[in-house]
Design a protein around this ligand. Structure first.
Ligand SMILES: C[S@@+](CC[C@H](N)C(=O)[O-])C[C@H]1O[C@@H](n2cnc3c(N)ncnc32)[C@H](O)[C@@H]1O
Length: 253
């Protein structure tokens, strides 16, 4: 029976075989690698991936789609909201760190990225299709309009690159926005850091983008009697990730 795309699940199914091939090539799946696909949908990526891997774990929230996928002999189907999935537990029962992939539901793409950040130690790499505008913000350099909280909160932990542009016509139904594929590699030697403390600091810094940091972060640092030589005569978007990290390390309890 034909599946009717469900808007509430962010369902836009890939149909362009050239784009599907290009994504699979960018992922470069090898036999036996432990891989998890988020939101397999009608299996546009799932099928070419599992043909190369042999086995694949998929996480799908839509009950009807999960039921179809269970008929496929090479898939381990987790019928769940991905935000409830314990990736560290999946890693514990796999033969190595996980490769995580997916054409993500755009309405919850940022929560998914932050959920995976909690399980980063379980992950080898991530390849995600996302709204292009979100990827632009993820990979943005300081002193650009796209540089913000998302850039800092991901760049301190991952090396990231935009690997493919994907136009709306590659999907059925087409989304209203351009898409792209991002590659995310956890840094081999990440800074030792309390992520929640960095998140608080960055939130304060970017709370008023246009103002100098002395109006925002200045007060926050004063309360902590810290930040002695940190230059507050700048805007939040001018501060490189490494400086935010160093300030978080210097001010955390
Ligand atoms: C953009 S579609 C991609 C479908 C397919 N991978 C493709 O490329 O054609 C997103 C998929 O994620 C599923 N999904 C939506 N919300 C989800 C959630 N919270 N947890 C797991 N899967 C979800 C949808 O049902 C849908 O299959």
């Amino acid at each position: 029976m034909k599946h009717i795309a469900r808007k509430r699940f962010g369902q836009h199914f890939l149909t362009d075989t050239g784009v599907i091939d290009a994504i699979v090539r960018a992922i470069d799946p090898r036999p036996g690698q432990p891989m998890v696909e988020i939101g397999p949908g009608l299996a546009a990526l799932t099928q070419p991936l599992v043909e190369r891997l042999g086995r694949l774990t998929v996480i799908e929230l839509d009950r009807d789609l999960a039921a179809r996928l269970r008929d496929h002999g090479q898939l381990d189907v987790v019928e769940s909201d991905v935000l409830q999935v314990d990736f560290s537990a999946l890693r514990a029962s796999a033969s190595g760190p996980l490769r995580v992939v997916g054409n993500l539901p755009y309405n919850i793409s940022t929560p998914i990225l932050f959920h995976l950040l909690e399980h980063v130690a379980a992950v080898q790499d991530q390849h995600f299709m996302l709204q292009k505008e979100v990827i632009d913000r993820m990979v943005a350099a300081p002193a650009t309009a796209d540089y913000g909280r998302l850039s800092v909160m991901l760049q301190w932990r991952y090396a990231m690159e935009n690997v493919l542009f994907v136009p709306p016509e590659a999907f059925d139904p087409p989304p209203r926005v351009d898409s792209a594929v991002v590659r995310m590699l956890p840094l081999a030697e990440p800074p030792v850091l309390d992520r929640r403390h960095l998140a608080e600091l960055v939130q304060v810094a970017f709370s008023q983008r246009r103002k100098l940091l002395r109006h925002t972060l200045g007060k926050w640092l004063e309360q902590r009697q810290a930040g002695g030589n940190f230059d507050l005569q700048r805007r939040a978007e001018e501060v490189p990730v490494a400086e935010y990290v160093a300030l978080a390390q210097a001010t955390q309890a």
